[in-house]
Design a protein around this ligand. Structure first.
Ligand code: XUL
Ligand code: CO
Length: 437
């Protein structure tokens, strides 16, 4: 191991609410909350692309990131050294998972065989570092959106050769995920959509996307890769419309093409808000279908209409996420992946620590708040009581399917005007949440 990349930063420790800026004020990995340790509940993951590859550029200006360990070259040595730095970072933060796209960790060469050999070289280092530290891969994925060949899409390209290239890339990425014993594999259709319907055969493109995912499922089974497959919704950006636009669209697509048994959803906050939903809505929609698999924990800015991928620090947001996660009994094998980047103005290596600490503490508090709300029980009691007319009598008969329209008519004619019986008490419940925050 060479010189440490963060020589002035020690392992980040829990110091409690009065601790310094480079300490956890709420996240204590081994503290038991609601029957499990915080580390078991939260399963934090670092996004390699943002934390180790993002230069912090924007459409109006060059990158500002200062990363002294990175020589900026596409050499394999630089890629391998970056891996060692990344694992030093994971260890110092006590984060036990990470996620990457194939092209984040290793550069692309002139042809696929050479590209794959370079990837193998870097994977050797990833594997050695995983073994050394015990850090695991939460999920891997193939970058099917950055290279110019994917300008019309990958699985939904108008050109079948592009589909073939993307398929070959996914094949290799699956082999790598298997070799690294990954907990999962994500499909995010970055360019699987269109810029204009005038040049697009929407039906054919959807069928091709389904074919692509079936091929991946078949290959997963063939090589015996046991990781969970996820599909990640996002409505737009980079395209005008992406087919995986929100959780409901993804579930419908998976169901239509007989893929639902093989996939769960990886829900990302800023994608939810771009789709005009809250994160809480998207998580509940996925959970209701038994398909909430993992989350990309970040946040947008309501003043900015694009995917700003900021670190999540809003306690209402993290409380809502943790309420849904506790309700479904946990996220494993998924986790809380910080698909977030530091601001362009936060360009120093130290900012990478501050950002992750802020996100981890916000989720630790969200977990404690959600657990307290559940312990208190008033919220659940209120909701259960609100639906009590379904527990017996006519409600139970409707739910069980043992009733006809004629019987419902006879029942309500006899009963007369229904009574909406009671208030929804939204403000009272919002105050209840505030009490715990
Ligand atoms: C892009 C995004 C991706 C996926 C993985 O908005 O969220 O980084 O998480 O491809
Ligand atoms: Co994401």
């Amino acid at each position: 191991m060479g010189n440490p990349a963060f020589p002035n930063i020690d392992t980040i420790r829990y110091e409690g609410p009065s601790g310094g800026p480079l300490s956890f004020k709420h996240y204590q990995a081994d503290e038991i909350v609601a029957g499990k340790t915080m580390r078991e509940h939260l399963r934090f993951s670092v996004a390699y692309w943002h934390t180790f590859r993002n230069p912090l550029s924007d459409p109006f200006g060059a990158g500002t990131a200062v990363r002294p360990w990175d020589d900026g070259s596409d050499s394999v040595e630089n890629a391998r050294n970056r891996v060692r730095v990344a694992f030093e970072f994971f260890e110092k933060l006590g984060i036990e998972f990470y996620a990457f796209h194939d092209r984040d960790v290793a550069p692309e060469a002139e042809d696929l065989p050479r590209t794959n050999r370079i990837l193998d070289d870097v994977v050797e280092t990833l594997k050695a570092e995983q073994d050394r530290t015990g850090v695991k891969l939460l999920w891997g994925t193939a970058c099917l959106f950055n290279h110019p060949r994917y300008l019309h899409g990958a699985a939904t390209s108008c050109n079948a050769d592009i589909f073939a290239w993307a398929a070959a890339q996914v094949k290799k990425a699956l082999e790598v995920a298997h070799e690294l014993n990954s907990e999962g594999f994500v499909f995010w259709g970055g360019r699987e959509g269109y810029a204009t319907l005038l040049n697009t055969d929407l039906k054919r493109e959807l069928e091709h996307l389904a074919k692509f995912l079936h091929l991946a499922v078949d290959y997963k089974n063939k090589i015996g890769f046991g990781g969970q497959f996820y599909i990640e919704p996002k409505p737009k950006e980079p395209t005008k419309h992406q087919y995986d636009s929100d959780v409901a669209a993804c579930l419908n697509f998976l169901r239509q093409f007989d893929l639902l048994a093989h996939f769960k959803i990886n829900v990302e906050t800023n994608h939810a808000t771009l789709a005009g939903h809250t994160m809480h809505h998207e998580m509940e929609a996925a959970a209701a279908a038994g398909a909430l698999g993992s989350i990309d924990a970040n946040t947008g800015d309501l003043m900015l209409g694009w995917d700003t991928d900021q670190f999540p620090t809003d306690l209402y947001l993290t409380t809502q996420c943790m309420l849904t996660i506790l309700d479904q009994g946990g996220l494993a094998p998924g986790g809380v992946n910080f698909d977030a980047k530091v601001r362009r103005e936060s360009f120093t290596p130290e900012d990478l620590f501050h950002a992750h600490i802020a996100g981890m503490d916000a989720f630790a508090r969200g977990l404690k708040i959600a657990a307290a709300i559940r312990d208190d029980g008033q919220l659940k009691q209120f909701v259960d009581r609100r639906y009590r007319s379904w527990n017996q009598g006519i409600g139970a008969r409707i739910e069980s399917g043992d009733i006809t329209l004629e019987e419902l008519e006879a029942y309500i004619v006899e009963k007369g005007q229904p009574d909406p019986n009671e208030s929804g008490r939204q403000e009272m419940l919002e105050a209840l949440i505030n009490h715990y925050i």
